[in-house]
Design a protein around this ligand. Structure first.
Ligand code: NAI
Length: 266
């Protein structure tokens, strides 16, 4: 049964890593959650069970964010099923690790389609429901430190995440009059499948290039997303919240302390 007074969030990438942690954090804050999963339904179901422990309703939908016609269909379906839509967390994404000279066009398109086209179409579809609902809304796009700084081998990823960062800012301008805030969260290294560390604890992992000395935990990113979706963040829009243990501040320090040319190859 839908509780019409409970706000509703839609989260992509919900079966793993930051997406899964975001579903749980939003459920803890009292959101009913529409979980969009892609590769592993059983993991999405496990996430939904964890969320439901907080007394909220969950709905699962398979969504490939590169499937252009499916995006509004799934968003409309979830909004209709719950009866409202208040939050979109664009979390799904893929990386790239190929030097620019070796990137072929299908690989380029795949990353741009997943990390930029899909989030745009989701944002558009969700914002239409938020405007129709008349209660405002919150959109959080998970970008990366590579929204702001480059990485060797990550040309398509950097282009997509930087594009999503500026799309966030345009959306903040255009949707502000409807009471919709739009922000990005830009993580550094987080222990998830994307970095080959699925479900591993960051504790005890040493990272000399990161001021805090360790990677981050998916729950540390989810907590920021949940904050941006909370009443406490009502006046924050168009921002990019970096959560990287200080990594982005290391430019000149790393520049003067690297001792080999290893970084020139992915
Ligand atoms: P993850 O690999 O656990 O999550 C990625 C999610 O995206 C998975 O659930 C996967 O099923 C989904 N996905 C991939 N292709 C999809 C498609 N075509 N349609 C729908 N869903 C699709 O890794 P993580 O770390 O949780 O990644 C989540 C987001 O965080 C991504 O956007 C990533 O770029 C971003 N990020 C991650 C960092 C890290 O160090 N782990 C650092 C910076 C940003």
């Amino acid at each position: 049964m839908t509780n019409a007074s409970r706000p509703v969030a839609v989260v992509t990438g919900s079966e793993s890593g930051i997406g899964r942690a975001t579903v749980v954090a939003l459920a803890q804050d009292g959101f009913d959650v529409g979980l969009c999963w892609y590769a592993d339904e059983s993991k999405a179901q496990a996430t939904a069970r964890e969320a439901a422990e907080h007394g909220v309703r969950t709905e699962l939908r398979r969504l490939d964010v590169t499937d252009v016609p499916a995006i509004p269909t799934v968003v409309d379906d979830l909004a209709d099923t719950f009866g409202r839509l208040d939050v979109l967390a664009n979390v799904a994404g893929i990386g790239s690790s190929t030097l620019l000279l070796d990137v072929d066009y299908p690989q380029w398109r795949s990353v741009i389609a997943t990390d930029l086209d899909g989030p745009f179409l989701l944002l558009q579809a969700a914002a239409r429901h938020m405007i129709a609902g008349g209660r405002g809304g919150r959109i959080v796009n998970v970008t990366s430190v590579h929204e702001h700084q480059p990485r060797v081998g990550a040309g398509p990823y950097c282009a997509a995440k930087a594009g999503l960062g500026l799309l966030t800012q345009v959306a903040a301008l255009e949707l502000g009059e409807h009471g919709i805030t739009v922000n990005s969260v830009a993580p550094g290294e987080i222990t998830t499948a994307m970095t080959g560390q699925e479900d591993e604890s960051p504790e005890g992992k040493h990272r000399p290039g990161i001021p805090l000395g360790r990677p981050g935990d998916a729950r540390e990113i989810a907590a920021i997303i949940a904050f941006l979706c909370s009443p406490k963040a009502a006046y924050v829009t168009g921002a990019s919240w970096v959560a990287d243990g200080g990594m982005l501040r290391m430019g000149p320090m790393a520049g003067s302390h690297l001792t080999s040319d290893d970084w020139r190859r992915p």
